[in-house]
Each structure stands twice: as C-alpha cells, then as structure tokens.
Ligand binder design. Sequence first.
Ligand SMILES: Nc1ncnc2c1ncn2[C@@H]1O[C@H](COP(=O)(O)OP(=O)(O)OP(=O)(O)O)[C@@H](O)[C@H]1O
Length: 208
Amino acid sequence: MIKISSLAHVYEKGRRLKFPYWEIADMEHWLLLGASGSGKSTLLNIISGLLEPSQGEVLINGTDLYTLPARGRDRFRGRHIGIIFQRPHLIRSLDVFDNLALSAVMAGLPVDHERNLSLLHDLGIGELAKNYPDQLSQGQLQRVSVARALVNKPDLLIADEPTSSLDDENANQVIQMLTTQAKDNGAALIIATHDRRVRDHITKTYLL
Ligand SMILES: Nc1ncnc2c1ncn2[C@@H]1O[C@H](COP(=O)(O)OP(=O)(O)OP(=O)(O)O)[C@@H](O)[C@H]1O
C-alpha cells in the first residue's frame, strides 16, 4: 500500500505545487493525469524517492520514505520501485542481459539470471539478451526498460508518458504489456500520461 499525504513541493523561484491525498492499494492500476506543468513528473520523482518534497509524507508499505537517509532511500527504491523513464537510459557498453543484472547489483541483491531471461522472453525479446542497446529499435529498448524495471520484483511499477510518441497499434501494445506485467509480477502500476488512448484501459485516475 502506498499513501501520500499533505504533500507539496516548491522549486527555487517556482510556484507551490500541491498534491492531494492518494492511496494506492497493492496491485492497483492508476493513471496520473494533469495538464503540462501541473507536476506529474515532480510527483513521480517524489514517490520514487528521487526528490525530497518541501512538505508531506510518502508511505510505502509502512516505510516513511523521507525518514530514510539518502543511501537507504536509494536502496529502498532499487528493491521496491521499478521505473520506466521516457527514455531508456541503458548503459551502452553493457549488453541487455548485463543491463538487467546491474539493476540487482545496484540494489544490493543477488543476480537472478533465470528470472531475467524469463522476463525478456515474456516481453518477446528473449533472443536479444546478448545485444547492445544501440543495436535495438525504440520499441525493443522500451521492452528492455520494462524488463529492467521488473528485475527486482518491485511492489510498484511507474511509467512516465510511455505511449506519447507511439502510433495507435504500438500504444495499445505498450499499455497491454505494462498492465499484464504489473499483474503477473504482483506490482501496483502508475502511468503518467496525457494520452487519451490510455484512459480506455485504466479506470482509476488521480488528477493534478
Ligand atoms: N528542476 C526544476 N526546477 C525548477 N522548476 C521546475 C523543475 N522541474 C519542474 N519545474 C517546474 O515545476 C512545474 C511542474 O513540472 P513537472 O515537470 O512536474 O510537470 P508535468 O506535469 O510533468 O509536465 P509535463 O506533462 O509537461 O511533463 C512546472 O512549472 C515546471 O516548470
């Protein structure tokens, strides 16, 4: 269960961004909606432990994220939260398999090669394990990002604008992939989006 309460953030010289109360039960799927500049990315960064809010609390499975020291928070994120960024941010000098392994290492967890390979297979890219990022298409890179986000069996999967640059068919596939993978891996899912096409698939919405 994830809970945010009394949350607000002020960037230097910025206006005050306020975030209403939000409770996400285990394995629920949510859309995070709001106009450009309303604070969606800011909120995702706060929930992920990447940006300390000016005020308020983020509780994840009973842990108050911002009472942890910075290193403890990084470790907590690595173990409990999988993030799919707008761009893949893979390490170019490592192949797909090693990019996945690195996620576990960074979180201080043992590398489970079997699980990683089966994630790649589930996502339809098992044969690409030994390829390097610059040998992959954008769609394949996005699938690797999803696999990487799932490596450590997170309780929460977060995707920031995953469909904005895709045509209808590919957008549909990505939404299906995210919802299926979240379900199969027992994770809650938050998708931040402007995209009306995503709204047909997920009914719970948090509006900024
Ligand atoms: N690092 C920063 N320093 C100062 N102001 C920032 C910073 N990041 C974001 N802002 C401001 O905070 C507000 C919210 O930005 P944020 O990126 O969270 O919105 P968003 O809803 O994700 O927007 P978009 O949909 O366009 O990506 C905006 O007014 C933005 O200019």
